[in-house]
Design a binder for this molecule. Structure first.
Ligand SMILES: [Zn+2]
Length: 381
């Protein structure tokens, strides 16, 4: 099973635009139209593979940035799956940070790019969407077009023992009740606007201080005091050979051996479930071509799906600001003078590009008729 690894972080070269005409907006629209509507021998349509770049216009940062480095908190180190499972202290820290960060995500909404993907689906051009994003914007924006969430989703928590899933928004209420000082602090930070910016300087000015290891400094409170609840199912009925205990307020106690809740995202070092792996692979296998939207393919699990499409000799399209891992291989045999049918690489903002593409593709195609042709009198008459 593939493990979720830390993304590839070396700087990527600037993209070569293919076909060359796709460097203008009009040229890119033509190329993408040709790409999506090219006749294929199989009945398959296009599968979308989306990444963080499609959610930037929703106010969520593309952590990679356009210059290929982490742009947010340089000292931030993501939690590993094994740490989360094994370490109560690591979990307290994770949930405290998550408690502060949740409101921003919860208030964010899908943007025009997600809606445009839904419209492309309604036009019959797409077979499914694979997303690396954990923000649930695709399923919210287009419930009828199938979305496969490669790296899980933040909208739920999941019990490590019984696999029951719970709503993350209600979990937020539980965290507030168990951590009243943090709830007060969160309310203050929301009022100051410190949490609506990703800029560390601006955050500091608005009162959100972080210490050198990147943790938020909450006056008078330590991460070590943060509390989180146990899985209600395991608490009521502990799995065989385990015990699940909570304190008087309902916080999970470290004397427990089960009932730990985890966000339903794939953490670094965690395996992508086999069912998900097989589903995304067959989505690529069934499709006639793949279109990458807003991803630098820095994570191996996403890169290998495009590689898989290439091995099946399927056309590849990429719309991403900035370079993409391995793109020179993906487009090695595509002529820069082509029409876009065999492959497209352009670098334009999705939330502007995709609605224009939808508009173009929605217009009925009128075949040229005789009446619309202007007769030219023969020159000898
Ligand atoms: Zn459970």
């Amino acid at each position: 099973m593939p493990l979720m690894r830390i993304p590839y972080t070396s700087p990527l070269p600037s993209p070569t635009i293919i076909p060359a005409s796709a460097s203008s907006v009009e040229g890119a629209l033509v190329a993408l139209t040709n790409f999506l509507t090219a006749p294929t021998t199989s009945a398959g349509r296009t599968v979308i593979l989306s990444g963080a770049g499609i959610s930037v216009a929703s106010g969520l940062a593309d952590y990679r940035g356009s210059n290929g480095t982490y742009t947010l908190n340089k000292t931030y180190r993501p939690i590993y799956y094994h740490e989360f499972c094994a370490n109560h202290e690591a979990r307290k820290r994770y949930w405290a940070r998550s408690y502060l960060g949740w409101t921003n995500l919860h208030r964010s909404r899908p943007n025009k790019a997600h809606e445009a993907v839904g419209r492309l689906g309604e036009l019959g051009l797409l077979s499914s969407v694979i997303t690396q994003n954990v923000d649930s914007f695709h399923p919210i924006a287009h419930s009828r077009l199938r979305t496969l969430e490669l790296h899980g989703y933040l909208r739920s928590t999941v019990c490590l023992s019984c696999r029951t899933e719970y709503n993350r928004a209600s979990f937020q209420q539980d965290l507030a009740l168990l951590n009243p000082a943090w709830a007060v602090f969160l309310a203050e930070m929301l009022a100051s606007g410190a949490l609506t910016t990703e800029n560390p300087e601006e955050r500091r000015r608005k009162g959100l201080k972080t210490n050198p290891d990147g943790d938020v400094d909450v006056p008078g409170v330590e991460y070590g005091t943060f509390r989180y609840p146990a899985c209600p199912v395991c608490l009521a009925n502990p799995p065989d050979g385990t015990r699940v205990e909570q304190d008087a307020d309902g916080a999970w106690l470290p004397s427990s051996t089960a009932g730990i809740l985890k966000p339903a995202v794939i953490m670094f070092g965690e395996s992508i479930p086999n069912s998900v792996k097989l589903a995304v692979e067959s989505a690529v296998d069934e499709a006639a071509r793949i279109l990458v939207l807003g991803s630098s393919l820095a994570t191996y699990s996403a890169w290998r799906l495009v590689k898989r499409a290439q091995e099946q000799k399927k056309p590849i399209g990429v719309v991403n600001l900035g370079g993409v891992r391995g793109e020179e291989q993906f487009f090695a045999n595509i002529a820069t003078s082509g029409s876009g049918r065999d492959g497209v690489r352009c670098s334009l903002p999705l939330e502007e590009m995709l609605p224009m593409l939808v508009e173009r593709l929605s217009q009925p195609i009128t075949p040229p008729s005789l009446s619309s042709q202007v007769f030219q009198p023969a020159p000898w008459r």
